[in-house]
Write a protein that binds this ligand. Structure first.
Ligand SMILES: *[C@@H]1O[C@H](CO)[C@@H](O)[C@H](O)[C@H]1NC(C)=O
Ligand SMILES: *[C@@H]1O[C@H](CO)[C@@H](O)[C@H](O)[C@H]1NC(C)=O
Ligand SMILES: *[C@@H]1O[C@H](CO)[C@@H](O)[C@H](O)[C@H]1NC(C)=O
Ligand SMILES: *[C@@H]1O[C@H](CO)[C@@H](O)[C@H](O)[C@H]1NC(C)=O
Ligand SMILES: *[C@@H]1O[C@H](CO)[C@@H](O)[C@H](O)[C@H]1NC(C)=O
Ligand SMILES: *[C@@H]1O[C@H](CO)[C@@H](O)[C@H](O)[C@H]1NC(C)=O
Ligand SMILES: *[C@@H]1O[C@H](CO)[C@@H](O)[C@H](O)[C@H]1NC(C)=O
Ligand SMILES: *[C@@H]1O[C@H](CO)[C@@H](O)[C@H](O)[C@H]1NC(C)=O
Ligand SMILES: *[C@@H]1O[C@H](CO)[C@@H](O)[C@H](O)[C@H]1NC(C)=O
Ligand SMILES: *[C@@H]1O[C@H](CO)[C@@H](O)[C@H](O)[C@H]1NC(C)=O
Ligand SMILES: *[C@@H]1O[C@H](CO)[C@@H](O)[C@H](O)[C@H]1NC(C)=O
Length: 743
């Protein structure tokens, strides 16, 4: 006893005395060995100054340093969650959140391939995305860059995105690692997440991106447990580098290395900085645009006095250069020219397809699909161009006041200036011309008691009304409410009081407030459009007229009341200049639908919900599970986490009168203590002709079936029986079963 109690503090002291945490060096595992060997050979010829030079983005924006004499070109990067940002002639794709809502892996992949093609055409080496933070609170400003509220969905989308972009030889960047779930006070909040929740919810999608071979990681602005994400030895060092064995390079978010954290950041595993130094706990640049890394920096002086070792600098350079080799960028990579025209008809068509396959049909009392011959009355500020005359139908809105025109996607630093944009009204006009019908537009929400329009509607047999509203969203702030802007609700209610066939279309970056009109008897259709990109109007028209049978699902829950959600951003947070403001992730594992299930809260529309113009039935659930005597425990860095331990199959049949696609979803009820009632662990997209039937297969991996065991710090298969739920949403469960594993 005595000996032990003396030893523990002694070891603790020895560790602190010998310096801060130092992240392990890249070891070439997971398929990186060749690239690492080449990188080591090249870096061994670099001087210390050159090595430091390639760890910084200096004034040569947007490039992370080069070493010209050795033929190392450096890395040009571009932001973007909706395409290649900051360059003319780039396509404006639907938001990442729309990609997730398609629940269609192939579409997610093709979206990423196209973005990768545009980046490569312009000579961009590194394309930022996927964003894989979790839509923890409904108004989160950057939610449009993310893949919704569920870690499994987010992880699947992340993997497809990484594979797609990197198939073009372009590096993909997973971000914002980790805990950047709100914009409010993002530089001075600390996201406090318990260990199990961190692993089962927040690290999870990053793990899938690493498994898919992602080349780079962007660390976040915020703190995690009171220590900056970019200098956090637990989240960056232990989780990312030791547990996930990440072999690529870590860059900071723009200016995320704050003054005083240069040494800790380097030692925790940040390899590169983007942007200059900020003062801690504020939104202010250090005067004079100071770079924290580079040949003439705090990092350089830390190397000189030994607080950062030269081997850490070598490892930084190895990681950066090995990613360059891994993606084949040492060979004939296009020279940077952001003016290169990367647009193509093929990409326009793909954008239209992703758009129509990501519009979620939430309600349909026989209004849709519209017949080709109806007269249409179109209302709402989002159906046309900006009434205040912005050059594009979408305004670059850092401010929620600028919420006019067709909504193409989330705003802020990753916003792509669309080369063109099709509004709903334009697309309807083209359709009306082709079908000799009439379409009328009234876009000023403040003129919603428009008696002339209402008289015309009353006198037109079979007239249908469309109301297109929005609530903009952007990096930099969170939405304080989810309600349609510019008196959208009043417009909807006014139109619905006069028009018995009213379809509401809304756009935003996540959940919307539908509570004052979703049950109105004259609101006979509701569409959640998200942000559709440059083909917005055409994608909507394809769904409205049934050219495309909708199949998308909500990647988040739509609640009746704001208070029903487990977490909301704390809008009262102010900088203190001296410490972090805590954001406690008290809901733990119970994010989104898991919270509604646990607390018996009825949502307006649940996670995974979405209608079609046809119907599907499910039959013949079959479960096969491993009969081997399994090891119950697998360490965090185990290579067995993606092994398949159970196989579930089910038949899905199109029982309606129209061809369409169904999205069967598999949820697991784990016997582990404290597990959610249901957690998504599988989904598929099944296209079926009328009366056609197909067997769908879901593979469940060791990680899918394990819980994070904080005591053993690893993944453990729980004792007991697993429940299997297969259905059309998180609440529309069609078949259930159980299985057990031997251990
Ligand atoms: C450092 O990199 C920049 C490009 O980012 C380049 O212009 C400069 O020549 C490099 N300096 C050295 C010493 O290689
Ligand atoms: C944060 O603190 C919780 C509770 O002590 C712990 O479980 C978790 O691992 C910590 N995370 C980090 C990044 O230190
Ligand atoms: C070494 O240099 C770093 C960076 O300038 C500084 O923060 C640290 O205090 C120095 N340490 C010693 C022991 O001189
Ligand atoms: C960049 O691309 C544009 C458009 O193709 C072209 O006009 C221009 O000459 C190119 N610039 C360079 C430096 O190659
Ligand atoms: C309201 O709409 C009517 C019909 O479109 C139009 O004549 C009138 O000028 C509008 N009123 C305002 C205040 O914009
Ligand atoms: C919602 O928030 C916006 C600001 O983002 C504000 O202009 C609007 O009045 C709010 N709406 C409601 C219904 O509170
Ligand atoms: C529905 O629309 C009709 C007009 O077609 C109107 O008479 C009726 O009052 C509306 N219903 C409601 C509840 O507003
Ligand atoms: C919708 O708005 C109403 C009225 O402001 C509010 O009571 C309700 O909580 C809101 N619901 C959501 C999901 O934001
Ligand atoms: C915090 O920093 C800001 C900006 O540098 C300054 O204006 C403010 O007075 C500071 N507040 C405190 C409490 O020191
Ligand atoms: C996992 O980590 C342990 C402890 O650091 C180490 O001994 C082991 O070799 C690692 N296994 C793999 C597969 O990397
Ligand atoms: C599913 O629908 C098909 C086609 O209508 C029908 O033949 C079959 O009996 C249905 N199966 C179930 C289980 O309802």
């Amino acid at each position: 006893m005595l000996l032990a109690s003396l030893l523990v503090p002694a070891i603790f002291c020895a560790n602190t005395a010998s310096g801060a945490y130092v992240v392990p060096v890249a070891d070439g595992s997971g398929g990186w060995a060749d690239a690492l060997a080449k990188a080591k050979a090249l870096v061994s010829q670099m001087t210390l100054e050159e090595k430091l030079n390639i760890t910084q983005q200096n004034n040569d924006f947007p490039r992370v340093g080069e070493v010209n004499r050795l033929g190392y070109t450096g890395l040009f990067y571009a932001d973007g969650a909706e395409g290649v940002r900051g360059a003319p002639y780039s396509s404006a794709f639907p938001m990442a959140l729309n990609g997730a809502g398609s629940f269609d892996r192939d579409l997610m992949y093709r979206r990423a391939v196209a973005i990768g093609q545009e980046a490569r055409a312009k000579g961009i080496n590194v394309q930022f995305g996927p964003g894989v933070n979790i839509l923890r609170s409904p108004g989160a400003g950057r939610a449009f860059k993310y893949n919704g509220a569920d870690p499994y969905l987010s992880g699947q989308a992340a993997a497809e995105h990484v594979k797609g972009v990197q198939s073009q030889g372009v590096m993909s960047t997973m971000r914002h690692y980790i805990g950047n779930e709100q914009e409010t006070g993002r530089r001075w909040t600390s996201s406090n997440i318990d260990d199990r929740t961190a692993h089962e919810v927040y690290i999870w999608p990053f793990q899938d991106a690493v498994h898919a071979g992602v080349a780079s990681t962007m660390c976040a602005y915020n703190g995690v447990n009171g220590s900056y994400a970019c200098s956090n030895p637990t989240s960056l060092g232990k989780w990312l580098h030791e547990e996930l064995k990440f072999q690529g390079w870590v860059m900071s978010d723009f200016g995320a290395i704050v003054q005083g954290q240069e040494v800790n950041s380097a030692n925790a595993g940040t390899d590169t900085v983007i942007g200059a130094t900020f003062t801690a706990y504020t939104d202010d640049f250090v005067q004079g645009f100071v770079y924290p890394f580079g040949p003439d920096s705090v990092l350089a002086s830390a190397v000189a006095n030994g607080t950062v070792s030269e081997s850490r600098i070598d490892d930084m350079a190895h990681r950066i250069v090995s990613a360059w080799y891994k993606l084949g960028q040492d060979k004939e990579y296009p020279k940077l020219n952001t003016s290169v025209n990367a647009l193509s008809q093929e990409h326009n068509d793909l954008i239209r397809e992703i758009g129509s396959k990501s519009i979620v049909l939430l309600k349909n009392d026989d209004l849709l699909p519209l017949s080709g011959t109806q007269s249409l009355y179109v209302f709402g500020q989002a159906a046309s161009v900006d009434l205040y005359g912005a050059p594009y139908p979408v305004s670059f809105a850092f401010s929620p006041d600028q919420d006019m025109g067709t909504f193409l996607g989330g705003q802020g630093s990753s916003y792509v200036t669309a080369p063109y944009a099709i509004t709903l009204f334009q697309a309807l006009q083209s359709h009306a011309r082709a079908h000799s019908t009439q379409v009328f537009g009234y876009f000023d929400n403040f003129n919603h008691t428009n008696q002339a329009a209402y008289a015309a509607i009353a006198n037109t047999a079979g007239a249908a009304c469309l109301v297109d509203v929005r609530h903009t969203c952007s990096e930099g702030y969170d939405r304080e409410n989810l309600t349609a802007s510019w008196e959208g609700d009043e417009t909807i209610l006014s139109v619905a009081s006069q028009c018995s066939n009213t379809a509401v279309i809304y756009s935003s970056c996540g959940p919307f407030n539908v509570s004052s009109w979703s049950d109105h008897p004259n609101v006979t259709a509701i569409l959640d459009a998200g942000g559709l990109g440059q083909e917005a109007g055409n994608s909507l028209v394809d769904v409205l007229f049934g050219v495309v049978n909708p199949s998308a699902r909500l990647p988040y829950t739509i609640a009746h009341k704001l208070e029903d959600y487990p977490a909301l951003p704390d809008f009262e947070i102010q900088p203190l200049n001296t410490s972090f403001q805590d954001v406690e992730y008290t809901e733990g594992l119970f994010v989104d639908y898991r919270w509604f299930d646990k607390n018996g809260i009825e949502p307006a529309f649940e996670f995974g919900f979405g209608l079609s113009y046809t119907t599907f039935n499910y039959s013949n659930l079959n479960i096969q599970s491993s009969t081997a005597n399994l090891n119950q425990y697998a360490p965090a860095n185990s290579t067995e986490l993606y092994d398949c331990l159970a196989l579930v199959t089910i038949d899905v049949c199109n029982s309606g009168n129209l061809a369409g696609s169904e999205i069967p979803q598999l949820y697991i009820g784990s016997p582990a203590d404290g597990a959610p009632i249901k957690a998504l662990r599988g989904f598929d997209t099944v296209g079926l002709d009328v009366r056609a039937k197909k067997k769908v297969e879901f593979q469940l991996t060791r990680r899918d079936l394990s819980f994070w065991d904080t005591y053993n710090a690893g993944w453990t298969l729980p004792d007991g029986e697993y429940k299997v739920y297969v259905g059309a949403s998180s609440r529309d469960i069609r078949e259930t079963g159980t299985f057990s594993l031997l251990h």
